[in-house]
Design a protein around this ligand. Structure first.
Ligand SMILES: *Cc1c(COP(=O)(O)O)cnc(C)c1O
Length: 452
């Protein structure tokens, strides 16, 4: 015990010495010259970045501003953004309509809790989401991140059974290739190999992660699983049409109709996680519209505020909400994020939804789809490329192997911001991106992947 403590101590001292040397980011200075802002050098020792080996990863780029589809760096360079900040910034950065709405709300009421109170931005946004979503998806529970919205959907599903007097339905069916968040509850419904499952085994509840019913054999397998175990299953959880962060994998709308049919046959709830696909990404405002399927619960997040403020929502059908509507206080939904329904974020979301109504976003998605198809076509046949696929404003080049760090650096040298992961290089640009900027993104991918 003592020996390992001493070793830990030595490791900590060596690390502190190394960290105090690293903030100058010598390699990065060499690459971009002088002019590194003071906050950058100081803060690099303290700011812990996501999914990043802080010791060996390339230093982060110092960003000082955003505009449209551009990211502005401290040295004056502008990168064309192919990611739109994890596909949130659907109208481009700094859209004046959203900025004005948030500024006006800031003057009135930046925040007040929803505990016992209801304010205009949350009320209007709940109404608007209930109107936009199909069928009787009418009851909106706000939260502050996508992972929490999925956690709420899972708790909602489980408790809806309990409230109806049915015990033991605590498991979910979810799918290989899926991604639903990084919190403990949502990790357990992510792809077991792609996700962080194995690392956290023992912490996570066990769910049933199976293949999407894309063909007859897999449909029958899922049907048999549900027949055998429906009495332990609360619901089926799926990212409709595109599994995003698990690998940008596409499936047909028919798969969603199959899931609806199976969920009905075995009386389990169907949950669509639209956090990636929602707000136009695949060509319709919501992916469920393309399949003409009404799920029992939907989660939205990411592009909900047009990429300006954190906000997510879990929207339930009348049937699910009905299970909580009771004279028994114990039947209330036991959840309440502190900042749920934050007025600034709701104002941003309302303004973002205005833009979908006012501006031709879905036409823009179709134009992006066409341009991505043409612009990435020549990647087919390049060495190492195993697939090129496009759906809506999502373009994917899948490789048989990939040097992520080298690719990231080459893209920055080309003046574009593109973040490969797994074995894919992908684009999820702002839906408002100019054709010239989109061409710079696809040209950069073709150029870099053509290099020996
Ligand atoms: C990003 C994402 C989440 C998690 O959202 P956070 O806001 O990062 O917690 C959940 N589901 C899907 C489909 C996502 O793409």
């Amino acid at each position: 015990m003592h020996g390992s403590h001493a070793a830990d101590q030595r490791h900590a001292e060596a690390m502190a010495a190394e960290i105090s040397l690293r903030p100058t980011a010598a390699s990065y200075h060499a690459a971009i010259g002088n002019g590194m802002p003071g906050w950058y050098d100081e803060g690099r020792a303290h700011a812990w970045l996501p999914y990043s080996q802080m010791k060996t990863a390339a230093p982060p780029l110092p960003v000082v501003g955003t505009r449209g589809s551009r990211i502005l760096l401290a040295d004056g360079r502008e990168l064309v953004d192919g990611v739109a900040s994890w596909w949130t910034a659907c109208h481009g950065y700094n859209h004046p309509h959203i900025r004005a709405a948030v500024a006006a709300q800031l003057d009135t009421m930046p925040h007040v809790m929803l505990g016992g109170l209801l304010h205009e931005p949350a009320a209007r946004l709940a109404t608007r989401l209930a109107t936009l979503l199909p069928g009787d998806l009418d009851h909106v529970f706000f939260s502050d991140s996508g992972s929490v919205a999925v956690e709420v959907a899972m708790k909602m599903a489980v408790q809806s059974w309990i409230n109806r007097g049915v015990r033991g339905r605590t498991r979910f069916v979810a799918f290989r290739g899926g991604y639903h968040g990084d919190t403990t509850g949502t990790m357990a419904v992510c792809d077991p190999d792609e996700g962080m499952h194995s690392l956290f085994r023992g912490l996570l509840p066990e769910h049933l992660i199976v293949d999407l019913p894309v063909d007859e054999a897999r449909t029958e397998a899922l049907d048999r699983l549900l027949a055998a175990r429906a009495d332990e299953i609360a619901g089926i959880l799926v990212e409709p049409l595109v599994q995003g962060a698990g690998g940008m994998l596409f499936h047909d709308a028919e798969v969603l109709r199959t899931l609806r049919r199976l969920a009905d046959r075995h009386d389990v709830l169907l949950i669509f996680d639209e956090i990636f696909v929602g707000f136009g990404r695949t060509g319709t405002l919501f992916a469920c519209e393309a399949a003409d399927v009404v799920p029992d619960i939907v989660t939205v997040g990411k592009a909900l505020t047009g990429g300006t403020l954190p906000l997510a929502a879990t929207v339930a059908s009348r049937r699910v909400f009905g299970a909580f509507w009771s004279d028994d206080p114990m039947h209330a939904l036991m959840h309440g994020p502190t900042y749920m329904g934050n007025p600034l974020a709701c104002a941003a979301a309302l303004a973002s939804i205005d833009l979908f109504a006012r501006e031709p976003r879905l036409d823009q998605v179709r134009a992006i789809e066409t341009q991505l198809g043409a612009g990435l076509a020549s990647c087919r046949g390049l060495p190492g490329v195993v697939d090129v696929r496009v759906r809506g404003a999502i373009g994917v080049v899948e490789l048989d192997r990939i040097d992520i760090a080298a690719l990231k650096a080459r893209f920055v040298e080309q003046g574009v911001y593109i973040r490969p992961f797994g074995r894919i290089v992908y684009l999820t640009p702002a839906l408002t991106i100019e054709a010239d900027d989109l061409a710079r993104l696809t040209d950069a991918i073709v150029a870099v992947l053509s290099e020996p």
